[in-house]
Design a protein around this ligand. Sequence first.
Ligand code: PS7
Ligand code: MN
Ligand code: MN
Ligand code: MN
Length: 343
Amino acid sequence: NSQCDLTLMSSDMRTCYEYLRLTSRSFCAVIMALDEDLRYAVCIYYLVLRALDTVEDDMTIPVDEKIPLLKAFHEKLYEPDWHYTQSKEKDRVVLENFNIISSEFRNLAPVFQSVIADSCREMGYGMTVFLDAKIDTYDQWDEYCHYVAGLVGIGLSKLFTASGLENTVVGQDEAISNSMGLFLQKTNIIRDYYEDILQKRLFWPKQAWIKYGNSLESLKDPRNLNNAVACLNELVTDALKHIPDVLTYLSRIRNQSVFNFCAIPQMMAIATLERCYNNPHVFRKNVKIRKGAAVRLMDQSTSMLAIRNFMNHFCTKIYNRIPPIDPNAGRTRTAVSYGIGPG
Ligand code: PS7
Ligand code: MN
Ligand code: MN
Ligand code: MN
């Protein structure tokens, strides 16, 4: 990006972009391609949330220390010396050097600061709600995903509007921004079944798996494979219901760099859901989309026409693989139909 000359930056700014590169597989390139002021605000937002998520994920931090830390995390943005050296997680660098990130945060425009700080306050609180409480119902699944991803969609949308690059409606329509986050987070939770279960993290709602097994872990038993796949298909169907909101949201975006930033992760998500649907491998390993397919999505998710074509392609592939005897076949057909044809 020609507007992003690393040699003209302060050393702290270069350091923050380096932390972004080190900690983000999926978001680094799309963030670096954003226009000027928005790029750095989103970079800092990412690093702050990566730090908060590292606290949430770190099972070596005792709960009586973790809860106050999550709740007060937003206040650390205004404590110049605060940093945290007790994490064992792979992304701990952002906690160990949080003082650098927070000082760059305090250099952002006040309107960017308040969006990010509010988002951290709500997310930190929400994470404490689900720290040991299991996700029972579909409503609780949506609630957890709202805290860890819907709030990110809402916060990013407010940054887009505040930057002047997008219309007011983008920042104001929180329901639709929430759906953008839920579509990504549900896809992540569905795809990561195996990885998460090995780490004793349970994110699939009980209301779904109880119909198919005695426990979430039992779904990985090869003897339960038919039931496991039926459960998987039910959750994919639930995630697919966000497609209409995703298409509406993207159709409102005017700036090309913002469009690519928003569209690429959503296209990776629908491609991932297509790979996962009715796929028993989800219970034995992490299902990934093929490298070549991912590159095409990243290069070509640049217009609504392209997005509608990709959505049509993946929804049609799912449609053609719906087993007639699947308990949710009818609901799945309805959900994918919103991604097929003129919308
Ligand atoms: C600020 C770009 C664009 C309207 C750290 C982007 C973890 C799926 O934990 O790293 O490794 O399994 O694969 C990103 C909506 C959030 C939702 C949420 C913030 C899109 C902390 C991303 C990234 C809204 C909680 C990363 C939700 O997945 O997860 C910025 C519009 C962080 C977005 C977490 C998950 C994101 C996630 P893990 P990943
Ligand atoms: Mn987490
Ligand atoms: Mn995480
Ligand atoms: Mn995950």
